[in-house]
Design a protein around this ligand. Structure first.
Ligand code: SF4
Length: 328
């Protein structure tokens, strides 16, 4: 439950600010001039703040839509990402957000319209279809009951058929999606790691069983479903762990109508990794045999190749290879 809400001056009278604040009637509201004076302040500890994050409501001023890194995508030639929110209600120990931000507080940018104006113009200017990925700096759906962002996003995307939306999530907050007709240019992409990894590293995340059930309901309702297996964390039981995971998923999900699957190994920029080790020195993940190469920390080429080929070879037992996309 949110106990403190910081409100940037510029959005104090925004209708969404009022709506969101009304959801937390007991919260203390504190005005601030600019959100970054709170979010980027030096004297913060991500780990401590994660226990009781505050909410910051702010106005996004630029950079609504940004190009993705070159290898990020599911087959489209124009790929962009956007973040209406910074930070996540879940607490995955491998998550790069812990290394990137000083603060674990949630920032929500309430000027949603500006995002979609830019998405619309970006899609119009592109020479073909464009993909827009949500859930880069947050989980796309986990905070949806508070923000209503995806509800708004779907209304806008339904009017731009040239633009495709990926809603990436580990959340089971799918009630809104089930209460409306699906739109063709949207994929709801669920992220998974095998049971053991999920149990030890994905704190507060709904169980695999619950996510599969949410996915099954969406698929039955007609939504396009995506599967994301990123990061893959190497272990001696990798093959049997992923076989079990895929068996669980495809017992409930129709593989023929899966839109896409992607996978990638655990990797982090070195400065993020160093900060994460400082935050969680006892974390076993960071004590695994990792290597540094070109400012990235990862399992190294040989182990990565093993992880990628194992997951790929298992996946093609269940789904068509043409819808599988490695992400490096
Ligand atoms: S669900 Fe995604 S964004 Fe949220 S903590 Fe886990 S990895 Fe990070």
């Amino acid at each position: 439950m949110i106990q403190t809400i910081y409100v940037e001056e510029s959005v104090r009278n925004h209708p969404r600010t009022r709506e969101i604040c009304a959801r937390f009637p007991g919260a203390t509201q504190i005005d601030c001039e600019r959100y970054n004076s709170v979010f980027n302040s030096n004297s913060q500890n991500f780990r401590l703040q994660k226990q009781q994050p505050s909410l910051i409501l702010a106005h996004k001023r630029k950079g609504y839509v940004l190009p993705t890194p070159p290898d990020y995508g599911i087959g489209g030639s124009h790929n962009y990402y956007f973040s209406h929110m910074l930070n996540c209600v879940y607490d995955c120990r491998y998550c790069f957000l812990q290394g990137m931000y000083r603060s674990a507080n949630y920032v929500v940018f309430v000027n949603y319209e500006d995002y979609f104006d830019q998405i619309e113009s970006t899609a119009k200017e592109a020479s073909g279809d464009s993909w827009f990925f949500s859930g880069y700096d947050c989980d796309s759906l986990a905070f949806e009951p508070v923000t209503g962002f995806m509800r708004y996003a779907l209304d806008r995307f339904s009017l731009i058929p040239k633009a495709h939306l990926e809603i990436r999530t580990k959340s089971t907050q799918v009630r809104d999606l089930l209460s409306r007709p699906p739109i063709k240019n949207c994929v709801i992409a669920f992220s998974f790691t095998p049971e053991k990894v999920s149990q030890s590293l994905e704190h507060r995340v709904p169980s695999i069983k619950k996510r599969v059930l949410a996915m099954q309901k969406l698929q039955n309702h007609g939504w396009k479903i995506g599967l994301r297996f990123d990061p893959i964390v190497h272990s001696k039981t990798l093959e049997s762990d992923y076989r079990d995971l895929f068996t669980t998923i495809f017992e409930s999900i129709d593989p023929k109508t899966v839109h896409s699957a992607s996978y990638g190994t655990f990797r982090l920029p070195k400065p993020f990794f160093k900060k994460m080790v400082t935050l969680y020195p006892e974390e076993k993940l960071f004590a695994l045999p990792l290597t540094e190469h070109k400012s990235q920390v990862s399992f190294g080429d040989i182990t990565e190749e093993l992880c990628l080929s194992t997951v790929h070879n298992l996946l093609i037992e269940f789904i068509d290879e043409r819808i599988i996309f490695p992400c490096s």
